[in-house]
Design a protein around this ligand. Structure first.
Ligand code: PDD
Length: 285
């Protein structure tokens, strides 16, 4: 079955789905995106993802290309047309097509919208969670507004590639003061020796992950202590557990950081329990 994408009003086979060469998303990364998990054909936490989308658009003064209810129909339609049981749906909204000029195009320029969906391999995801992943750390060289989910992801791309070239799966960014911000496409957590969960507070230095927010609910329900504060690599090396959260991986245990073993080098019980419990707290629709 060929994959179907939605591009500016049309559902097209992926091979025919293309954007204009003067699309500002293409030329300037003048666009934002969202990724939702799909499970049993349903979108997970769509409401929260669309809330964050509207916030990102608002911060950049890009218009919604259509009403939120219509956008929801398109998302579900792309999932259905691609017969996704388990996977992700991706949406990208940009400031539209205009003659190349850094300044905003005329106000009436229609924003562009692309939606794609793809299946994920559940067995492979479960296998990597059961094994845990290795991460490296790198200086956080991103711009100062990574709370906005823009497609300007070059530092994230280079970080992920560096991780892979060093035999790891992901990279944790570290700010100028030595504090961990987040992973290349996920939020970072540790579990201290006392069993307290720690993840960086939300500010302009991290993306407020939807998975992070919903994981907080699972943490509270288990009666675990949670601190939203910055932590350094030294604290992470001594942690009992570490993990990352994102829509595509949910809760994924980290077993080494810069080659140092975390805890006993196996995925920890806290991370694995949160992974198992997560969907009891997420919305599906
Ligand atoms: N990334 N931080 C960054 C930099 C991210 O790119 C992401 C998500 C997250 C986690 O956010 P959420 O829990 O809402 O997925 C944190 C998506 C999955 C991606 O780029 O593919």
């Amino acid at each position: 079955m060929s994959r179907i994408a939605y591009v500016n009003g049309r559902y097209l086979p992926l091979r025919d789905a293309a954007v204009h060469v003067e699309d500002r998303g293409y030329q300037f990364a003048d666009s934002v995106y969202e990724v939702c998990e799909v499970r049993d054909g349903q979108l997970i936490d769509e409401r929260r993802h669309l809330d964050r989308l509207e916030r990102s658009l608002g911060e950049l003064r890009i218009r919604m290309p259509m009403a939120r209810a219509a956008l929801s129909v398109v998302l579900h339609e792309v999932v259905a047309r691609n017969r996704i049981g388990y996977g992700t749906v991706y949406l990208q909204i940009g400031r539209g097509v205009a003659r190349r000029d850094h300044a905003f195009p005329p106000l009436q320029t229609p924003p562009s919208l692309v939606v794609t969906a793809r299946p994920l391999n559940r067995a492979r995801n479960e296998a990597s969670a059961e094994k845990g992943i290795a991460v490296i750390s790198l200086p956080d060289n991103r711009w100062g507004r990574v709370d906005i989910k823009t497609t300007g992801l070059l530092p994230n791309v280079l970080a992920r590639q560096a991780a892979i070239e060093q035999g790891a799966r992901d990279a944790w960014f570290v700010d100028r003061d030595g504090f961990v911000t987040e992973a290349a496409s996920a939020n970072a957590f540790i579990v201290t020796a006392h069993g307290t969960l720690v993840t960086r507070q939300v500010d302009h230095g991290i993306l407020r992950g939807i998975t992070r927010t919903v994981t907080f609910e699972a943490i509270k329900a288990q009666g675990l202590a949670l601190e939203e504060r910055a932590f350094k690599l030294e604290e992470a090396y001594k942690a009992r557990e570490a993990f990352v959260t994102s829509a595509s991986q949910i809760v994924l245990p980290v077993v080494t950081i810069n080659g140092r073993t975390i805890g006993d080098g196996k995925p920890g019980p806290v991370a694995m329990a949160l992974r198992r419990e997560f969907h009891r707290f997420a919305e599906a629709g």
